[in-house]
Design a protein around this ligand. Structure first.
Ligand code: G3I
Length: 370
């Protein structure tokens, strides 16, 4: 076993132990206080998020732009200081990592794997099966279902096995459901698909990923499925079926692209509860809270409303033993997908463009310190 893998397993084991401690407060008070271990887990005001999160036994993560990581010192310093989990925002998607049928572009993800190992972090993978950001050779290839099945199997086998022991968790399938809970029509599902009906294509992808790295945690990931609604109902039914039949699924990623309307938190709470009752982990994978930018800048009121949402969702994750990561989709408003996607919106992250912490940062830190 490689040193980095041993190190990763040790970090995970440490986090799991800490998480259990958090749950069993009586044990924590009686056993650990007596052992004097609490003194080793300080949470000073102003501590970086990663220190606060480690103390609570969860990962605190961010999507990463590898170009900014390389060229922007403020970005690199802030990411290194604050986070213990990173995920490539685009670099591991099918198009970027497999741009030609016979060519893979591993270098950006290899660099990130080295970065996390240098900085005692963990790396999440995103994503193996998606309708978006697929390469032209695939989209325009007029492949049969049998050929697509072989292409997807080979892609998953190649990418997952390359990072076995380095990427601890994968979003195996991303955004496969429509808002009404029906299956999205995609090249992998049914246009033309890989030749499997219903959620069987998703199951197949999980089985291929598990075969390629039996130790990786395998997630289904989606947006607007945080509260109980038709989409999250469909995901829950699939997850329950997979668990009942021994399909290798370990967790559900809740993307958490939110507005200041937030939750409703009670409904998100209920959804996390039913998923974790299945024995699944839940991770927030893409948290951001977009704001209207009427005059180019967020108002003080909107920043306060945003902080309230960040604090509430962080507290919600900490409430559930099997909610194991809070990851934002980037961390600085200098680089965010929001302005390019939602006209007149932005300022969605916890650091401003100059890498100064916003009220949202303080709200997450406060939740982690409780
Ligand atoms: O890399 C090319 C560059 O070579 C080219 O010059 C440029 C011209 O437009 O495009 C660049 O690619 C862009 C890529 O981001 C990298 O910056 C794509 O056009 C752009 O579409 C792509 O957007 C990404 C988007 O997924 C694609 O749907 C966003 O960065 C990324 O944040 C976003 O992430 C998704 C998650 O994967 C899934 N959940 C939703 C989330 C937000 O949409």
């Amino acid at each position: 076993m490689s040193t980095s893998r041993q190190g990763h397993i040790a970090v995970r084991a440490f986090l799991v132990v800490l998480r259990c401690m958090t749950c069993f407060k009586t044990l924590l008070a009686a056993g650990l206080a007596a052992a004097g271990l609490l003194a080793q887990l300080p949470a000073p005001a102003g501590a970086p998020l990663r220190d606060l999160a480690a103390r609570r036994g969860i990962h605190i993560g961010t999507a990463i732009n590898p170009v900014a990581l390389k060229n922007d010192a403020g970005y690199r310093e802030t990411a290194t200081r604050e986070f213990n989990q990173i995920e490539p925002e685009n670099a591991a998607k099918f198009g970027p990592i497999h741009p030609q049928q016979d060519t893979y572009n591993f270098a950006p993800v290899d660099d990130l794997a080295q970065f996390v190992e240098n900085h005692n972090m963990v790396l999440r993978g995103h994503t193996l099966v998606w309708h978006n950001q697929n390469p032209a050779w695939l989209v325009n290839g007029k492949f049969t279902s049998a050929q697509l099945s072989e292409i997807l199997h080979s892609h998953i086998q190649t990418v997952v096995s390359r990072y076995a022991g380095r990427i601890y968790a994968w979003d195996v399938v991303n955004e496969a459901f429509e808002d009404d809970g029906s299956l999205r029509k995609t090249i992998w599902a049914n246009t033309p698909g890989i030749g499997l009906e219903g959620t069987a294509y998703i199951e197949q992808a999980f089985r291929w990923a598990h075969a390629a790295d039996p130790k990786a945690l395998l997630f289904y990931n989606d947006y607007d499925a945080e509260p109980v609604n038709p989409k999250s109902d469909a995901i829950y039914r699939m997850a329950r079926d997979f668990k009942a039949r021994g399909v290798p699924i370990d967790g559900i990623g809740l993307q958490m692209h939110l507005t200041t309307q937030g939750g409703p938190m009670e409904s998100i709470d209920a959804n996390i509860q039913r998923l974790t009752d299945l024995g699944l982990e839940v991770q927030y994978t893409e948290l951001d809270v977009r704001l209207p930018l009427a005059s180019g800048q967020p108002s003080a009121e909107s920043l306060a409303a945003q902080a309230k949402i960040y604090g509430e969702v962080a507290a919600l994750c900490l409430k559930h033993k099997l909610c194991t990561a809070i990851q934002t989709w980037g961390f600085t408003d200098k680089y965010s997908w929001i302005p390019g996607w939602y006209h007149g919106m932005g300022a969605a992250l916890e650091f401003d463009p100059g890498f100064q912490p916003k009220p949202a940062y303080r709200a997450m830190a406060d939740a982690l310190m409780k």
